[in-house]
Design a protein around this ligand. Structure first.
Ligand SMILES: C[S@@+](CC[C@H](N)C(=O)[O-])C[C@H]1O[C@@H](n2cnc3c(N)ncnc32)[C@H](O)[C@@H]1O
Length: 352
């Protein structure tokens, strides 16, 4: 009987290393928008997938091997790898992380980046290692899953960037104590889900920023806004005639206000809160409420500076119904709050 073929991972050759460098330069090019970068992210993903130790398959339950922490769910190594396929998300986060590093560049030592939840590709760091020298930037990489760290280290070593990494730390980032001599200049973490639900982004950002209050955060701000919308007007009709140009849909929305925002300023305001609930805003549903409108929560992400992710640009930006999909008649006041803990997310009470 023939032995079954082994999962062979070729080492990157000079061409691969050159390609990574070219892709990374393009991603950081301030003239290029995240939409321009769609093909580059496709090339980056293909390159990393070709060299990863992780067995990439969709034939398993992607939720398998995830870890339920007391601050939320850490997605499995496989699920984290598939995040790279969210092209606009990946483009925006790499670009944003690169811009933050450039903004805090200094003469006397490399910029220190603390990357919490690096996943198996260290996707938001590896391209920066190709562009910035070890004199310019160094990284501490954290993940809760040993398999993710092992794969990240393999890729980083294989592409020749070992000296860019100060340390690989396998721990829960919400418990990580930053060594006093390694206080980061930039904290990068994409450990979130739509509406900041389920995953531990809020707890991680609070815990790390408290220890490095001057650090830049990537993402810089994540906000959740309430609105009324007519779902039938959200998308352009598909299948327009040949020769017709793509038209933006004329949406029918009424914005009701921001209900929650995760940013450095709010994190500072929450510093003395020890209970597992963070304050959020209230909104009033207008009366009368025309039948066509439904309440939706919109997640907007300022990744860094001018780089942002807006409605529908990734799974993190899909409009969401309120928990429990309630029906309103109009005139109700909803008081929101953000619940921390193993199942984090926004909740609300009808107060009037
Ligand atoms: C959504 S994936 C993102 C992976 C990668 N950073 C990217 O942007 O493509 C989130 C990663 O964070 C890790 N993670 C989630 N919560 C964590 C925690 N509390 N401590 C350490 N790692 C965590 C998960 O294991 C997973 O690898």
């Amino acid at each position: 009987m023939m032995p079954s073929p082994k999962h062979v991972t070729p080492s990157p050759n000079n061409q691969d290393i050159e390609n990574l460098n070219r892709i990374a330069q393009d991603i950081l090019d301030p003239e290029k928008t995240i939409v321009d970068l769609i093909p580059h992210i496709g090339d980056l993903r293909a390159l990393l997938e070709r060299h990863t130790l992780l067995k990439l398959t969709t034939e398993v339950n992607l939720a398998e091997d995830r870890t339920l922490l007391d601050s939320g769910m850490a997605v499995s190594p496989l699920m984290a790898a598939f995040c790279a396929r969210e092209v606009l998300r990946s483009a925006a986060f790499i670009k944003g992380a690169g811009a933050a590093v450039q903004d805090v560049a200094r003469e006397d030592r490399p910029v220190r980046v603390l990357y919490a939840g690096c996943g198996p590709f260290a996707l938001l760091a590896l391209p920066l290692m190709a562009v910035f020298s070890v004199q310019q930037v160094v990284f501490t990489l954290i993940d809760i899953h040993p398999e993710s760290l092992r794969c990240a280290q393999h890729l980083i070593d294989a592409f020749g960037f070992s000296s860019h990494v100060l340390e690989y730390v396998c721990t829960d980032a919400t418990r990580y104590q930053i060594p006093p001599d390694l206080i980061p200049d930039v904290i990068v973490s994409e450990t979130m889900n739509v509406c900041l639900g389920k995953e531990p982004q809020v707890s991680i950002a609070r815990h790390l920023l408290a220890q490095a209050p001057d650090a830049l955060m990537v993402p810089q701000a994540v906000s959740v806004e309430a609105c009324l919308l007519d779902t039938s007007k959200e998308h352009s009709p598909v299948g327009f005639a040949p020769g017709e140009t793509f038209a933006e849909p004329v949406r029918d929305r009424i914005y009701l206000g921001k209900v929650f925002e995760l940013d450095a300023q709010n994190i500072r305001h929450w510093v003395s809160i020890t209970v597992d609930c963070l304050p959020a805003a209230s909104i009033r549903i207008p009366a009368p409420l025309p039948e066509r409108y439904q309440v939706r929560l919109l997640t907007r992400i300022v990744v860094y500076g001018q780089t942002s992710l807006q409605d529908y640009e990734s799974s993190l930006n899909l409009p969401q119904p309120l928990p429990g999909k309630p029906k309103f008649t109009g005139g109700e006041t909803l008081q929101f709050y953000y619940k921390l803990g193993a199942h984090p997310g926004l909740g609300y009470e009808v107060t009037g």
